[in-house]
Write a protein that binds this ligand. Structure first.
Ligand SMILES: Nc1ncnc2c1ncn2[C@@H]1O[C@H](COP(=O)(O)OP(=O)(O)OP(=O)(O)O)[C@@H](O)[C@H]1O
Ligand SMILES: [Mg+2]
Length: 269
C-alpha cells in the first residue's frame, strides 16, 4: 500500500483515505442524511453508531457505491470520486459487508469466496471451473485471516452465524480493499463468535486497511475502534477518540435529547 508523502494527514497523524463532505440524501419525506461529514485515516477503525434510522447504512452504502447521494462529495486519497455502482467503488478500493451478508446459501465456502470470478481452466478448447485451484486458494485466504472452517466444500447454510460472517468478511478482504465497511457484523452472534470477528477486524486494520464498523453492540466499540462517530436523525452529532469517551457518554449521544425528561435534573424541575 503506497503512501503518498503529499497526502493530507488527519488528526491521528495518518494519511486521510476517505473524506465524505456535506452528504445529503432524502427518500421522499424522509431526510435520511443532512450534510453529513466523515473522514477516515489509513488503518483506522471508525465506529459508526446511532439509533435505528439514524442514517448509518445509507451513509456507508453511498461510500460503497450502492446508494447515490443527492448532494455532497467523496474524496479518496484526496481525489474527488463519483460512484454509480458498487463495482466503481470496488475499483477504487472500497468494499462493504452488508447487514444481510449477501452470501449464496446453497453454494459451498470456496464458491462464495470466488462468486463471480471463479478460477477457470481450458480443456480441449472449452472453459471449465478449476475446482481444485478454487479450493486451494480459498484455504489460503481463510488461513491468512485465521478463519477456522473445516471444509471449503460445505455449503455456507451449514455454517454458524460467526463462520458465515467471517466468510463474508474474507470475501471482501480478498478484493484487497483500502477501505472496508462492515454493517453490524456481530449483531446475531454468540459471544465467542463476536470475539473472533473483532479479532479479524483488528487483524485487517493492522494491515493498513481502514475500517468502518457499524454496530449496536456499543461495548465492541471500545475493543476495536480508534474513533467513534455518532449520527442522530441523519446529522453528525459527535465524534470522540475511543480513549477519550465511555459507554455512558456514547449512549447519551445516541439517544440525543429524546430521553432528557428522564434525567434527574428534569425530574426535579
Ligand atoms: N431505499 C430506501 N427507501 C426509502 N427510505 C429509506 C431507504 N433506505 C433508507 N431509508 C430511510 O432512511 C432512514 C435512514 O435509514 P438507514 O438504513 O440508513 O438507518 P440506519 O442508521 O442504518 O438504521 P438501523 O440501525 O436500523 O440499521 C430511515 O428512515 C429509513 O427508513
Ligand atoms: Mg442500518
Amino acid at each position: 500500500m503506497g503512501v503518498n508523502p503529499a497526502a493530507e494527514r488527519g488528526p491521528g497523524g495518518r494519511p486521510v483515505r476517505v473524506r465524505m463532505e456535506n452528504i445529503t440524501r432524502r427518500f421522499g419525506a424522509i431526510q435520511a442524511l443532512d450534510n453529513v461529514n466523515l473522514y477516515l485515516e489509513e488503518g483506522e477503525v471508525l465506529g459508526l453508531v446511532g439509533d435505528n434510522a439514524a442514517g448509518k447504512s445509507t451513509l456507508t452504502k453511498i461510500l460503497a457505491g450502492a446508494e447515490v447521494p443527492d448532494s455532497g462529495q467523496i474524496l479518496i486519497d484526496g481525489k474527488a470520486v463519483t460512484f454509480s455502482s458498487p463495482a466503481d467503488a470496488r475499483n477504487l478500493g472500497v468494499e462493504m459487508v452488508y447487514q444481510d451478508l449477501s452470501l449464496c446459501d446453497t453454494i459451498d465456502v470456496a464458491g462464495n469466496l470466488f462468486l463471480g470470478r471463479e478460477p477457470m481452466r481450458n480443456l480441449l478448447g472449452m472453459r471449465f471451473l478449476d475446482r481444485p485451484r478454487m479450493h486451494k486458494e480459498a484455504r489460503q485466504l481463510l488461513n491468512a485471516l485465521n478463519i477456522r472452517v473445516q471444509n471449503t466444500r460445505n455449503p455456507v447454510q451449514r455454517l454458524s452465524g460467526g463462520q458465515r460472517q467471517s466468510i463474508a468478511i474474507c470475501r471482501a478482504v480478498s478484493f484487497q480493499p483500502k477501505i472496508l465497511i462492515m454493517d453490524e457484523p456481530t449483531a446475531a452472534l454468540a459471544v465467542a463468535e463476536v470475539e473472533a470477528v473483532l479479532r479479524l477486524i483488528r487483524e485487517i486494520s493492522q494491515r493498513g486497511v481502514s475500517v468502518i464498523l457499524i454496530t449496536h453492540r456499543l461495548q465492541d466499540l471500545f475493543v476495536v475502534c480508534d474513533r467513534i462517530m455518532v449520527l442522530y436523525e441523519g446529522r453528525n452529532v459527535a465524534e470522540r477518540a475511543a480513549k477519550e469517551t465511555n459507554l455512558e457518554e456514547i449512549v447519551r449521544l445516541i439517544v440525543g435529547g429524546r430521553f432528557a425528561h428522564l434525567t434527574p435534573a428534569a425530574e426535579a424541575a
